[in-house]
Design a protein around this ligand. Sequence first.
Ligand SMILES: CC(C)(COP(=O)(O)OP(=O)(O)OC[C@H]1O[C@@H](n2cnc3c(N)ncnc32)[C@H](O)[C@@H]1OP(=O)(O)O)[C@@H](O)C(=O)NCCC(=O)NCCS
Length: 190
Amino acid sequence: MSNDNLSGSIRKLWQGETDKFRNHLLRLDKASRRNRFAHAVSDGFIADYASRMTSNGAIVYGFFDGDELRAVAELRKIGDTWGHQAEAAFSVENDFQHKGIATELLGRVIRSARNRGVSHLIMSCLADNGKMQAVARHHDADLRFEAGEVIAEILPHTANPMSVFAEAVEDRFGDLMAVFDLKSKFSKAA
Ligand SMILES: CC(C)(COP(=O)(O)OP(=O)(O)OC[C@H]1O[C@@H](n2cnc3c(N)ncnc32)[C@H](O)[C@@H]1OP(=O)(O)O)[C@@H](O)C(=O)NCCC(=O)NCCS
């Protein structure tokens, strides 16, 4: 990670890693769940939501502490194809908050959005969610209040060969990390 004070790794989640995603979301406390989904949600809701993790081509970045997933950033299309607009959402487990993880994840999400031609990235959060607003401000978001919510808008730069290359290289490393993770699981189980 580029934040030197943080240990851990960030990579995209694979389609087959919905269990990790679900378990991470289930570990969020009541307040965090409310902030993430804008209302109280049950374990059943989370299980159903997590089973559709990468539906419609969504991109999900995870922050791993060892092999445990502790934070997530989701980038979702609005509509069927990557177009002008996309939306993002974040969740960081309590013990890992205030370490700059969401700020770091948002950087990855902005680059992925940029590389897919998104020019308008939208994040909505409850009006009292000062932490999410602080994260958005770190990336020069424009914040506006709308019916009890704050809508943060970021205008990513146009993609260039460097931004595409950087994402591709990181993806290769991410795939390797995921493979090592799988291998160590199998050898522990043997
Ligand atoms: C919002 C959330 C994603 C932030 O994650 P995080 O990894 O702790 O964020 P960061 O550490 O990158 O940055 C947090 C910022 O909030 C600031 N902050 C902390 N408490 C705050 C508060 N009560 N009010 C305002 N800002 C606050 C921090 O100082 C920090 O800003 P700084 O770096 O300028 O000091 C995390 O708290 C979370 O998962 N909450 C529950 C789900 C949620 O709210 N999701 C967002 C809606 S989709």
